[in-house]
Design a protein. Structure first.
Lengths: 194, 194
DNA sequence: TACTTGTTAGTACGATCGTGCTAGCAAGCG
DNA sequence: CGCTTGCTAGCACGATCGTACTAACAAGTA
């Protein structure tokens, strides 16, 4: 048997190297060589883990969604419905370096997705999941009477979803919007539904 | 004198070729050669119009903002404040092929902007302008009493802005959100401010 | 200790990249 | 007409791209 290697861990390390290269040089400048160098391995080794660049990018994109989903699930134990809702939504806002990196990578790969059908499918999946999460949050709050119980959940989920993604993008780019103001805006929005 | 050429027109034609290449192949695959071929000229000729790829991308991005701004200004003559507000906001939603193309190109170049300081500056400019337009719309509606006059314009402009950009992105990617539903959502949102 | 086997590093290849450069073409002036 | 001048086309260059391939290596088995 050869050297024992945790394959999953290796995939994660390489994907995170992709993230850093995207952040530093932009999606257009991502090359297999750069990623391998960033991960500290040779491009030949990288190729044994990801057979093609398309696979590499797809996995990197999926890992973003996975990480966000995992963190969101850890908040399921929060008992206060308001706190739980806000905690979940905060996971898709660029409130710290880690989340900012995830959002930048996601945006870059979304922008590249028109060309790659695989990326498009992954982006669509993530979009549907976040939409579902928004709807679930609103349903939960409405059932507990914390927001108006007669709202149209689908309509309001669409609005909340657009608000969250728009705010995230503006924080990424902007000099006017900050993590704090975005976070507050989402909370205020939910309160206006009460 | 050589052949008489409308320099501005040539720049526009090339920039629109950039748009088409971005739409078709993604920002990562944009090359000077492809753009020249798409525009029907040689890469040497392109180089006399745009000295570098960075200039080419920057001009293409600025042209998106210019086109949107020009169309928005044509709506200044609409007398009904509601109709005027919605008409302006509709210009940044991907409601038809032309606007969809502009939004896709803008998103792609925004995603590439971390790498290129010039693109970042242009993206920031566009963001500030749209924010200003949102604030102006809200101020106008509030002064006429069409929405609650005691709203915090800055806060609501931030929310409207995030909503518009988020909805635009979801229509671009999504299979759930359509141009119609996005348009209706924006209109409904303004009405909830009344 | 030999063998097997999955992993690694490094190289090679054809294609394509951004960009510089040069010869030639087309149009107005003297 | 011939000259000037600005635009055009196309090639050349070095660099870098994605990918394929091969030899060396490391670790567990018999």
């Amino acid at each position: 048997m050869p050297k024992l290697i945790d394959h999953d861990r290796r995939q994660h390390e390489i994907a995170e190297a992709v993230w850093r290269v995207i952040q530093r040089e932009g999606i257009g400048a991502v090359s297999v060589r750069d990623v391998a160098a960033e991960a500290g391995i040779s491009s030949g080794s990288l190729r044994h883990v990801f057979a093609s660049k398309a696979e590499l990018l797809a996995y990197s994109m999926r890992l973003v969604a996975t990480r966000v989903r995992e963190r969101a699930q850890t908040h399921a134990s929060i008992t206060d419905p308001w706190q739980r809702a806000l905690a979940v939504l905060d996971e898709v806002l660029p409130l710290d370096d880690r989340r900012r990196c995830e959002m930048e990578v996601n945006l870059a790969l979304v922008a590249e997705s028109p060309a790659h059908p695989l990326l498009k499918e992954i982006a669509l999946d993530a979009q549907r999941q976040l939409r579902g999460a928004c709807a679930a949050i609103l349903t939960g709050l409405a059932q507990r009477g914390l927001i108006a119980p007669d709202i149209d959940v689908d309509t309001e989920a669409m609005r909340l979803h657009a608000l969250v993604d728009g705010a995230a993008m503006h924080v990424l780019l902007g000099d006017t919007d900050t993590p704090d103001t975005a976070q507050r805006m989402i909370a205020d929005h939910l309160r206006t539904l009460a």
